[in-house]
Write a protein that binds this ligand. Structure first.
Ligand code: NDP
Length: 318
């Protein structure tokens, strides 16, 4: 393509499993590829132990993402760590603007920017953000050595966080607003076997309390307000799709995830999406990596000018 260094054949937004796998595939097809991302590894890099990525019995999310990154770099991917703030299509080219005031252009774009952690939206949460309220156990957990913490949530993220924190903190409360966990049995078993983890069911978080830092969590159980004394609170209650900034170029589902065809196409030719930000059923590292690879191959096909590209029918189902 042209000599202008800001013009690429493919720009990938996001450097989690989907984005990095896509980059490995596009560069191996000799497509000039740039990855724009605000971080490396996305949610996967924040996962304590990954035990279900084939080929690795057990690996930290950070180590696995580092391996993806090294492989993408070896194949020739360029990286710029910044947030993409806008995406538009002008003629055949996509224009991307970043938080660092850069402008990039490309013929194809793969959106793989994942999901954003959900907030509790209770009094005190915002006020004590960074002062005891945390959203990443692997990042902030080590600060709570020998202390008492609460983890809120009932899915794999909460179980994973509780398991990790049980090895650092002296006491871990795990508060689930339901009476069953929706995470994997094997993770739940590990948590149940940790002597310093106390499971609290049917507990709806009401308020985060503190002075200069968090010192208490108030929750409601069976209509009664209860409190526990804690040094830290880990909010692990799932994620949201932040897709408002691209919604004019694609169809979104009711959860604001990007609707894709089975080959990762969106309704805009040349614009693909992959991984957790899409409407696929399972949010797992191995699935995101596969989806990213698929998006890359479809982008390659698109750039080859294949006449066989079948765009999905986006009309509502009758
Ligand atoms: P999930 O959507 O699976 O679970 C979210 C949990 O948070 C649910 O228990 C939900 O409760 C609860 N919740 C939501 N809102 C609130 C609220 N306001 N107050 C209290 N609780 C709330 O999200 P996860 O982040 O746990 O998992 C996301 C994906 O990532 C999953 O597919 C998971 O399998 C994967 N993952 C895998 C890991 C692994 O394999 N080791 C590790 C981490 C994540 P309710 O059920 O009542 O809605």
């Amino acid at each position: 393509m042209a000599e202008d260094t800001n013009i690429y054949e493919v720009i990938i937004v996001g450097a989690g499993p989907a984005g990095l796998a896509a980059a490995i595939y596009t560069t191996r097809r000799a497509l000039k590829t740039l990855v724009l991302s605000k971080d490396l590894g996305g949610q996967a890099a924040l996962t304590n132990n990954i035990e279900n990525y084939p080929g690795f019995n057990k690996i930290t999310g950070q180590d696995l993402m580092q391996k993806f990154y090294e492989q993408a770099t070896l194949t020739g991917t360029e990286f710029d760590f910044t947030e993409v703030e806008s995406l538009a299509k002008e003629g055949d080219l996509f224009i991307l603007k970043t938080a660092k005031n850069q402008t990039f252009q490309s013929k194809a774009v793969i959106l793989a920017f994942g999901l954003t952690p959900r907030n509790l939206n209770v009094p005190g949460e915002k006020e004590f953000g960074g002062k005891g309220v945390a959203y990443c156990a692997t990042c902030d957990g080590p600060l709570y050595k020998g202390k008492t913490v609460a983890v809120i949530g009932g899915g794999n993220s909460a179980l994973d966080a509780a398991e990790f924190l049980s090895k650092v903190a002296s006491k871990v409360y795990l508060l689930n607003r339901k009476d069953v966990f929706r995470g994997e049995e094997i993770l739940l078993k590990k948590v149940q076997e940790s002597s310093n983890v106390e499971l609290i069911y049917n507990a709806e978080t009401k308020e985060v309390v503190g002075d200069t830092r968090v010192n208490k969590l108030i929750y409601t159980q069976d209509g009664t307000d209860k409190e526990i004394v804690v040094d830290g609170i880990f909010v692990e209650i799932g994620h949201l799709a932040k897709t408002d900034w691209v919604e004019n170029l694609m169809e979104l589902n009711e959860r604001k995830e990007i609707k894709i065809s089975r080959d990762c196409e969106t309704k805009t030719p040349g614009l693909f999406a992959a991984g957790d930000i899409t409407d696929i059923s399972y949010k797992q590292v191995v699935i995101s990596a596969g989806e990213g690879s698929k998006a890359a191959l479809q982008a390659y096909k698109f750039l080859q000018g294949s006449e066989n590209i079948v765009l999905p029918d986006w009309s509502p189902k009758k």
